[in-house]
Design a protein around this ligand. Structure first.
Ligand code: HEC
Ligand code: HEC
Ligand code: HEC
Ligand code: HEC
Ligand code: HEC
Ligand code: HEC
Ligand code: HEC
Length: 378
């Protein structure tokens, strides 16, 4: 239980600091080129507390009518016309079944998917991508209740399996890891939290520290450009403290036995029992260079970027000490660490276990792995 009590205490003590984060009152840029169902010209962008880039569904960019309907009915859209609100698929006048908490869909999963699947100009997180990105940074899900082997199982989570302790029962107390499910608002704050992508702690929403997921400022400065969600335009950093943690800090809530020295190197002899995954909260960072002496990693090979393993794109890495996009893109074995998102997409992928890279043979072979290890050495 050390993680959870620590996390909760840590969240409480950090509450004040979050409220005082700089950046919230910075100059706010307008919403350029927003999706066409939104009313024109009425908003400025809610910002990430850390790097000041805009985050949608957050602060000034939290548009209540995106997700709530006051009377389960509307005769026209906010522009006075017949618009293209993804919920009003049959056009206007539009009515819907009244639902708990005035949601525009019967539950919180279908709510998000009504917009986030198959609409140009809205990041598409399910199946094929209608926005034509080369590779979505979060990868992609399969439809709810299909429980794919290629990533997170989306499902309709009962109230009893939500909340601070409720979510434990998805994998324990009757639930099983293999069949457990997740929904969007486990990981994303529905009303925005000034964190990149509104990422949150499932165990303690609102307690999470700022998270080092950075967009290239060239595409991240305004809404409307789907390049904000392109893998190549996202990079990761951490300051190893509550000031800024690696975004995989949110994974620990559920995958609480996969990182931290206690789980990955139980006798602390430097030889691992589980693969290292950067975990600053539990004082378990890593760098590609750390295995050089004993020959477990090959720093020069990682920096060189060619040969065994590099048949696939360079894997993503977290940069120790980086708090800007530029710093988080610099390749150096001395401060590049391996973390969950080096090997997995957060949502899902085309590969088994939501892995990043494809293999010619079933299993995880030298591709990817050998970028850091260079063991196949051909
Ligand atoms: C009415 C449509 C609509 C609904 C419903 C909706 N979204 Fe969004 N969402 C958008 C649009 C549009 C954007 C992209 C804004 C941009 O970058 O241009 C977005 C962006 C996001 C982002 C990325 C934010 C950023 O700026 O990095 C996240 C995360 C997200 N949505 C999560 C959710 C979740 C979770 C739900 C359900 C609780 C949800 N959305 C429901 C329209 C919607
Ligand atoms: C991106 C979608 C989204 C947007 C935008 C949104 N909400 Fe919500 N809201 C939700 C969801 C989902 C729930 C219910 C979550 C659940 O059942 O756990 C909710 C619940 C609520 C609740 C019930 C209490 C609570 O927090 O659960 C209130 C009140 C509320 N919203 C008000 C607002 C207001 C006011 C705005 C605009 C300032 C807004 N919401 C914008 C998705 C949204
Ligand atoms: C709210 C709890 C929760 C959080 C937070 C969470 N996961 Fe999971 N994850 C699960 C559950 C439950 C499963 C097992 C069932 C499934 O495959 O979805 C799972 C499965 C997985 C799998 C295996 C998928 C498969 O098809 O075999 C990977 C990989 C994974 N998670 C990575 C991550 C990463 C990376 C993060 C952080 C970005 C993360 N998870 C955050 C609950 C969570
Ligand atoms: C995504 C699935 C998942 C979720 C959610 C989850 N656990 Fe676990 N838990 C595991 C796995 C996997 C193990 C290691 C194997 C085992 O013991 O079943 C584990 C082990 C444990 C252990 C044994 C001690 C240890 O650290 O190895 C405890 C206690 C525990 N979990 C408590 C919790 C509590 C409390 C929650 C909610 C706050 C929770 N778990 C949420 C998957 C999960
Ligand atoms: C297990 C946690 C988890 C769940 C569940 C989850 N997300 Fe995400 N999401 C993330 C993380 C982490 C990222 C950042 C990925 C990155 O850039 O590496 C992300 C990124 C995003 C983005 C930005 C686009 C992209 O591809 O990076 C959107 C939009 C989004 N999520 C919406 C959703 C919606 C809608 C749902 C539900 C259908 C959902 N997410 C469920 C963790 C999750
Ligand atoms: C160096 C690459 C790498 C890193 C880093 C990594 N994983 Fe994995 N993960 C894998 C591979 C490969 C598998 C497939 C199983 C195997 O080959 O052992 C896997 C499997 C999984 C599974 C499925 C386990 C099961 O019982 O079915 C989950 C969940 C998961 N990873 C989550 C995570 C999380 C969370 C992190 C960060 C704390 C993480 N992984 C870091 C490579 C990695
Ligand atoms: C982005 C870099 C990176 C990638 C990709 C990567 N690893 Fe590692 N791996 C590391 C680092 C760093 C260590 C810790 C080295 C050390 O302390 O000796 C490590 C440790 C290991 C160890 C334990 C070595 C020891 O002496 O404790 C094994 C085995 C291993 N990795 C296998 C794999 C496999 C298999 C894959 C692909 C599924 C993989 N790694 C992908 C960076 C990476």
């Amino acid at each position: 239980m050390r993680l959870f009590s620590a996390a909760i205490l840590f969240g409480l003590s950090f509450g004040t600091a979050i409220a005082q984060d700089p950046g919230l009152t910075d100059n706010l840029a307008g919403l350029h080129g927003r999706s066409d169902f939104h009313p024109g010209g009425s908003g400025t962008g809610g910002r990430s507390a850390y790097d000041g880039l805009p985050v949608y569904h957050n602060s000034e960019a939290l548009v209540c009518s995106d997700c709530h309907s006051m009377h389960a009915s509307a005769q026209h859209d906010y522009a006075g016309g017949t618009g293209s609100d993804p919920f009003a698929t049959g056009g206007y006048p539009w009515t819907t079944q009244p639902t708990s908490k005035l949601l525009k869909a019967p539950n919180s999963l279908d709510l998000c998917l009504a917009c986030h699947d198959g609409h140009v100009g809205i990041p598409d997180v399910l199946g094929a991508d209608v926005n034509g990105l080369t590779q979505r940074s979060g990868g992609h899900f399969e439809p709810p209740d299909t429980n794919p082997h290629t990533g997170h199982n989306l499902g309709y989570i009962p109230e009893s399996m939500k909340g601070a302790w409720g979510y434990c029962s998805r994998c324990h107390f009757g639930g099983t890891f293999g069949t457990a499910q997740v929904e969007c608002i486990d990981c994303h704050n529905k009303h925005g939290n000034h964190r990149a992508r509104n990422l949150q702690w499932a165990s303690n929403p609102g307690g999470e520290p700022p998270l080092g997921l950075f967009m290239d400022p060239a595409v991240g400065a305004a809404f409307g450009d789907m390049a904000r969600y392109e893998r190549a335009n996202v990079a990761y950093g951490t300051l190893d403290s509550v000031s800024l943690r690696e975004p995989s800090n949110i994974c620990i809530d559920c995958h609480h036995t996969f990182s931290g020295g206690y789980y990955i190197d139980r006798n602390a002899d430097g030889f691992h029992e589980r693969h290292p995954a950067y975990d600053s909260e539990r004082a378990s960072p890593n760098t590609v260079s750390q295995g050089a002496t004993k020959g477990s990693t090959d720093p020069g090979h990682w920096e060189g970027g060619t040969g065994s393993g590099f048949e696939v794109d360079r894997l993503r890495f977290v940069v120790q000490g980086a708090d800007t996009f530029a710093a988080a893109t610099a390749v150096s074995a001395l401060n590049n660490g391996v973390f969950c998102l080096s090997c997995h997409y957060a949502h899902g992928s085309d590969q088994s276990f939501s892995l990043i890279w494809p293999e010619p043979e079933p299993g995880s072979g030298r591709r990817g792995c050998d970028q850091c290890h260079n063991k196949a050495g051909y």
